[in-house]
Design a protein around this ligand. Structure first.
Ligand code: GUN
Ligand code: ZN
Length: 445
């Protein structure tokens, strides 16, 4: 049996915080507590030190959170992150499609998957819903690399049989064969799960969408991931391609693609009927603020999503998004909501990136909270990195006279807004340290 006792300031959630409630009862902050992990699972959380037979890691003065869950991110797009000057449809043609062709090569796919998953861990993300490319090898490589690291990964080869360059198109029969083979090989193996991955309505024929719906019907427990209503030109194109559909989202509904394991990225240009459809089918939106700003796509309306009652998780959407850091993403989310007239608390943001995502994916029994029975997917963070954040944290904790100490929310909000991967001290997956900040090189004397 392997054991580990971790000591630090524990922060997680027991329910859904209201978007604007700084005093939310759903917040659970347990300063200077011990988290006991046995064989990869959390077995206890307590204020008292454990017995001498527990190997200890004393992280006093550091923050421990459940590992972040990035519910929408593209592995092959590290090649095109931070590319200049385009909006969605141009960006796909100019940068993204050419880059994704490289992943036809199994060696490129393998190295790309390893680089990508190690980068996720180095940013404090321990689970993800990932787009590979149309090539089956790119999804196989992700499943293989995730298995080695013990990470919960949801992915599947991308479906696209039109409106894409030749090297990036499949066909209905070949795609179905590849998907069936991946389901048999990977779905439910360890922490791997297969997602029927429709790139977006533009790049699949109705026949391919019907095939995708058939996969979901025949195989219990598959996920579905896609993009929806991200950009106005895209929305108009979908209207032209599917004139019978009531809306962009309805295209997916008509093909049997919406259920409680469907993750739809963006969802900026939806109406209330679409939101009700999301709620009624149990599908949810991955909010991608960094990408939505970078590509000039629009401002997601989280308050309306809450009013109707469908789920929202948080996602980087790299390479449309400009960072794998969920903390930077949350800082952007706050600003987007501010432009919408809503003040998003740190609680609402951090919940969506942890327990909220786990619940939206039906994985709350496994991850997303610092709770006995869950796997120990968690990260240790510094409260501050650099002089500005250190000063701001000192103000929040009342160490700068004569300023009084501030609320817990004020402190955590400043952390969420100022922190990024430089604050990460260690990332654990199922109780094993999979990333640790390298020790500083000692100065020569
Ligand atoms: N819509 C279709 N493909 C993509 C993609 O790769 N990124 C984003 N942001 N939107 C898309
Ligand atoms: Zn995307």
């Amino acid at each position: 049996m392997t054991r580990l006792a971790l000591r630090g300031d524990l922060l997680d959630f027991t329910g859904l915080p209201d978007l604007g409630d700084v005093d939310s009862p759903a917040v659970r902050f347990r300063p200077d507590h011990w988290l006991l992990v046995e064989d990869g699972r959390i077995v206890a959380v307590q204020a008292e030190a454990p017995g001498e037979d527990w190997p200890r890691e004393d992280r006093r003065g550091q923050l421990i959170l459940p590992g972040f869950v990035d519910t929408h991110v593209h592995c092959p797009q590290l090649d095109v992150i931070a590319s200049f000057g385009t909006t969605l449809l141009d960006w796909l043609q100019t940068y993204t499609f050419p880059a994704e062709q490289r992943f036809a090569d199994p060696a490129v796919a393998r190295v790309g998957a390893e680089l990508f998953l190690d980068a996720l861990l180095a940013h404090g993300t321990t689970s993800a819903v990932v787009f590979p490319t149309v090539h089956a090898v790119s999804a196989d490589a992700l499943f293989e690399a995730a298995s080695v690291r013990g990470m919960r990964i949801i992915t599947g080869k991308v479906l696209m049989d039109r409106h894409a360059p030749a090297g990036l198109r499949d066909d209905v029969a070949g795609a179905q064969r590849d998907c069936e083979a991946q389901i048999a090989r990977w779905h439910g193996q360890g922490r791997n799960a297969f997602a029927v991955t429709v790139r977006f309505a533009v790049t699949s024929t109705p026949e391919q969408l019907a095939m995708a719906g058939g996969l979901l019907q025949r195989h219990e427990g598959l996920y579905m991931q896609t993009h929806v209503a991200e950009n106005l030109d895209e929305v108009r194109w979908v209207q032209e391609l599917f004139p019978q559909a009531r809306s962009y989202l309805d295209v997916y509904h008509q093909h049997g693609l919406l259920n409680e394991r469907s993750v739809l990225a963006h969802g900026i240009w939806l109406d209330d009927a679409d939101r009700a459809l999301l709620r009624d089918t149990g599908a949810h939106i991955a909010f991608c603020p960094s990408s939505n700003l970078f590509l000039g796509s629009g401002l997601f309306n989280w308050a309306e999503a809450r009013a109707v009652g469908h789920g929202v998780s948080m996602a980087t959407d790299v390479g449309g998004g400009t960072s794998l850091s969920m903390l930077r993403t949350l800082a952007e989310a706050y600003k987007v909501q501010a432009l919408r007239g809503t003040r998003m608390t740190a609680w609402a943001g951090l919940h969506a990136a942890t327990l909220g995502a786990a619940q939206a994916l039906g994985l709350a029994h496994e991850l997303g909270a610092l709770e006995p029975g869950r796997l120990a997917d968690l990260c240790v963070w510094d409260w501050a990195s650099g002089p500005v954040a250190a000063h701001r944290d000192a103000v929040a904790t009342g160490q700068v006279a004569p300023l009084p100490a501030q609320s817990l929310h004020a402190r955590v909000f400043a952390w969420m807004t100022l922190a990024d991967e430089r604050n990460l001290s260690a990332a654990y997956v199922a109780g094993q340290a999979r990333w640790q900040r390298p020790a500083p090189i000692p100065a020569k004397v």
